[in-house]
Design a protein around this ligand. Structure first.
Ligand code: SF4
Length: 270
């Protein structure tokens, strides 16, 4: 996901160049919608955030699931997915991002065991031997209404009736359904990107929460996606205005409890 002229969405500002919004990803659009100050910390200031064991689990599980669907349908058994998770973690754990993540080998082992339990839940949600993914980890970059929107989609399936379904795996705890709106907002942007790329409108969005386990589903159509495009346009324009005026309003909510920047946030200054 990318960048400002410096690309504002996903690029670091260079003091010598003006910041210009060049691309916007669904997650950064959700950031701005939630809290403009949060967007600034992440996308303009590019402040580092500590990697957590939960993020490490999410990244590793996504990689394992991507590889899992490279396998023929009759090989998609739980043990295969567990092995792929171990293989994915073996590849990832040496990177700087995960350095010092676990204090002890026992902590890492316990994390691995809990991760396997989470992956086991996946088989209660769908039967992977019946799944025919059309694509996975799809890098989407599309120009829409003068904006460049970019994101990586977990999975897209074509149903037996020929309709398209957009899917997103979540390893965090499933929120009550009424709080899943933010996750669905990002999914609708992915559906909009797919419509732009393929000229076909996805009919369903599915959020698969391994920690629950549960899944939420939502129907979409052209009218819904046209509305989302207008919302994204409004967010894009608001970000451009915020950059031009250097005005980033903090918007407090219960989500501040999970914000990495609370210590430096103006809304929490003494
Ligand atoms: S602590 Fe809350 S108000 Fe401050 S940046 Fe984070 S989400 Fe926004």
């Amino acid at each position: 996901m990318t960048s400002p002229a410096q690309a504002a969405s996903d690029a670091s500002p260079n003091a010598d160049e003006p910041i210009v919004l060049a691309t916007l990803s669904p997650s950064r659009a959700s950031d701005f919608k939630q809290c403009p100050q949060l967007y600034k910390f992440r996308s303009i200031d590019k402040l580092p955030e500590p990697t957590t064991v939960h993020q490490a689990r999410g990244t590793t599980a996504h990689l394992a699931l991507e590889w899992f669907y490279d396998r023929p349908a009759d090989e998609r058994a739980p043990e295969v997915l567990y092995d792929l998770f171990r293989k994915a973690w073996t590849e990832l754990r040496g990177s700087e991002e995960y350095e010092g993540l676990f204090e002890t080998a026992e902590d890492e082992r316990a994390w691995g065991v809990a991760s396997m339990e989470l992956l086991a839940n996946y088989f209660g949600i769908e039967d992977p031997q019946q799944v025919v993914p059309m694509d996975r980890e799809l890098d989407l970059v599309e120009e829409l209404d003068g904006m460049v929107i970019r994101g990586i989609l977990d999975r897209i399936d074509e149903r037996p009736d020929g309709e398209l379904v957009i899917l997103d795996y979540k390893t965090g705890k499933a929120p009550p359904e009424r709080y899943a709106a933010s996750a669905f907002f990002a999914m609708k942007i992915y559906a909009m990107l797919i419509r732009q790329r393929l000229g076909r409108t996805p009919v369903e969005l599915r959020l698969i929460y391994l920690n629950g386990p549960t899944q939420y589903s939502m129907s979409v159509n052209d009218e819904v996606l046209d509305g989302v495009q207008k919302q994204v346009r409004a967010i894009w324009d608001s970000i451009v205005r915020a950059i031009e005026t250097d005005t980033w309003k903090p918007s407090t909510s219960v989500l501040c409890d999970w914000c990495s920047f609370q210590d430096i946030c103006p809304a929490f200054a003494d």
